[in-house]
Every structure is written in structure tokens, then in C-alpha cells.
Design a protein around this ligand. Structure first.
Ligand code: BTN
Length: 325
């Protein structure tokens, strides 16, 4: 905790010196303990300059998604942590499920620099190299019937689309249910997992994988249709800033959803979607794929389609690909 407070205090100084005496007074620790904390922070990758009689100043942040950095300036009312940061984890969704089972509250967040067994939709894996993306899972406990949980999947897509637009200026599109694409290349995938009984949703885990700073060679050949914000903008992006904006936007939209229902989120989703009105192929696990036209999203976040034979249907799970014109 002292480490977090020390980073926050030094960040508030915006690069100015902070004397050892001030740090010791503000954090209520001895001068020796201040020195130990500075050493710990340097080991975590913080660049801290020390000058006789002037004290310490923070001159560089590590490119690691430490919560004490991305929570500065965050003003959330529902997604308030606790935050768990891992250098390596099998899957942030899996780690968060364990924490949820231990009774952790709504707003608990797991973030990792690298996932060794990142999970994708429909049983696929998710490529999650160290330090290149945002691999994050958020625990939500909305008072909803399980059949409405797809609304939150769509909410997560709107969150990411909006975050990318705000931070980088890029206009991306959402493919149902929540893939974020730019010029046909995938930038982000979202895996929502729920624990529910027939009538009751216990909790929902929203896992977001956003490709941020990969270069072309960081993607294996089978991910030729994937891209990153760095590849598209030509610039390395600030993962801290993106994470802060992502959590702030998710908190704002989730609050709106709880207060007013799915209506406004549905309209936002429709405003940024690239699926409706398109000819698509529907893929479902363990079933044959078929062609259809995407018509609309219903009040539960499901996709309304019409098949080539003219039969109308609604799909809840699965994935669609956009057919070439
Ligand atoms: C997809 O297949 O499009 C969904 C990919 C979801 C990946 C994210 S990364 C963070 C979270 N943890 C996981 O194991 N998967 C999700």
C-alpha cells in the first residue's frame, strides 16, 4: 500500500522533486523506509532521480500496467477494484473466476502483462504476448436474468470502440457481438463468461483483449487478419492511458445500463456496428455454418437475421463473418 501511495504522491508532483522528509511525513514512514520503498520502485521499473537536499523525483514510468499508475485520474463508482496485476498468468478470465468464487466484489479487476493460455471465443486461444496489449478481466454482478447477459457483451464492445476513438482518434467498427475491427482487421476480442442458474445470474466476467503495441511480426501467420493500434497509427500507444479510459468508459456505460436499461447502449452499438444490413455467414460451435443477412439487434443484444431461404431467426451465441460484396 505504501508503494502505491508513494507513486501517487510523486505523480501528483508532475516531475518536481519531493523531499525525503515530505515523503516520510506524508506516508507516515521512517526515512529508512522511504529509501527502501524507492529501491522497490526502481526494481519495478520506475525511473527515480535522487538529488542531495532536494529529494526524489519521478522521471519515467515503467511500461507495465501497474494499478497505482492507471488508477490516477480514474473516477469510477462501480469498477473500483480490488485490482490484481500479474506479470504472467494463464488467463485473466480464469484467475478472476477463482477470485469471484472466493467472494470478491463487483468491480474486481485482473490485468496481466502476458497470458500463457489466453482464451478466445468458441474455444479458441488468444495470443497475448508480454507488454504488448491490454489483457484485462472485469467482474460484474448485475441484477439481471441470465438471458439478458448478452447486453453486457455488447456494452463491452461499445466501451472499447469509444476508448480507441477517444485516445487515438481511430474510428473502428463493431462486428456482432463485439469484435472491434479496422479495415477488416481485428484489434480487439471480448470473451464474456457467466455463472448462472436457471433464474439467477451470479456473476459475469468480461475479458477484453486489446492489441496495442504489437508490430506485424508479433502476430503468428494464422493471425494475418489481426492488427494493433500501433500498426494502424504508426505510433506506440500509451497502455496506461488506454486502460484508464477503458475502465472509466465501462463504468460510465455500466451505470447508464443499470439506471436506464439497454436502450441507449443498443443505439450506441448500432451507431458503430458494421454488421447490420450485411450478408453474413453464421458460425456456431458444433453446427454447420450458413449464410444469412443481419437485420437488427433485439432488446436482449441478440442478432436478428433472415436466412437465404427467407426464414427469420435470432442468434444468441456464436460468431458471424462478413461475406465479401
Ligand atoms: C475472442 O475470441 O475474440 C475473444 C478474445 C478475448 C481475449 C481476452 S484477453 C483477457 C481475457 N482473458 C482471456 O483468457 N481471454 C480474454
Amino acid at each position: 500500500m505504501t508503494t502505491n501511495s508513494m507513486v501517487k504522491l510523486m505523480l501528483q508532483k508532475k516531475g518536481d522533486f519531493c523531499s525525503g522528509e515530505e515523503l516520510s511525513r506524508e506516508l507516515r514512514i521512517s526515512r529508512t523506509a522511504v529509501w527502501k520503498q524507492i529501491k522497490t520502485l526502481r526494481e519495478k521499473g520506475y525511473l527515480i532521480e535522487a538529488a542531495p537536499r532536494r529529494g526524489y523525483r519521478l522521471v519515467g514510468l515503467p511500461d507495465r500496467l501497474y494499478p497505482e499508475i492507471f488508477t490516477v485520474g480514474l473516477n469510477t463508482s462501480l469498477l473500483k477494484g480490488p485490482y490484481y496485476h500479474f506479470m504472467k498468468v494463464d488467463s485473466t478470465n480464469r484467475a478472476l473466476r477463482q477470485l469471484a468464487e472466493e467472494g470478491k466484489p463487483q468491480g474486481t479487476i485482473v490485468i496481466a502483462e502476458e497470458q500463457l493460455q489466453g482464451r478466445g471465443r468458441l474455444g479458441r486461444s488468444w495470443h497475448s504476448p508480454p507488454g504488448k496489449g491490454i489483457w484485462i478481466s472485469v467482474l460484474l454482478k448485475p441484477p439481471l436474468a441470465p438471458e439478458n447477459s448478452a447486453c453486457l457483451t455488447l456494452l463491452a464492445g461499445v466501451t472499447v470502440q469509444k476508448t480507441i476513438q477517444e485516445v487515438t482518434g481511430l474510428e473502428t467498427g463493431i462486428k456482432w457481438p463485439n469484435d472491434i475491427l479496422y479495415s477488416g482487421d481485428k484489434l480487439c476480442g471480448i470473451l464474456t463468461e457467466i455463472k448462472a442458474e436457471m433464474e439467477a445470474l451470479h456473476y459475469l466476467i468480461v475479458g477484453i483483449g486489446l492489441n496495442v503495441n504489437q508490430g506485424k511480426s508479433d502476430f503468428p501467420p494464422e493471425l494475418a487478419k489481426s492488427s494493433s493500434l500501433k500498426i494502424i497509427t504508426g505510433q506506440k500507444q500509451d497502455r496506461h492511458q488506454l486502460t484508464t479510459a477503458l475502465l472509466q468508459n465501462m463504468d460510465n456505460l455500466y451505470r447508464l445500463f443499470l439506471q436506464e436499461g439497454f436502450g441507449a447502449i443498443r443505439e450506441m452499438w448500432k451507431g458503430k456496428n458494421i454488421t447490420l444490413g450485411q450478408k453474413i455467414t453464421v458460425h456456431r460451435q458444433g453446427a454447420a455454418s450458413f449464410s444469412a443477412t443481419a437485420l437488427d439487434i433485439d432488446g436482449k443484444g441478440r442478432l436478428k437475421i433472415v436466412t437465404e431461404e427467407g426464414r427469420e431467426d435470432t442468434i444468441t451465441a456464436g460468431e458471424v463473418s462478413l461475406n465479401p460484396e
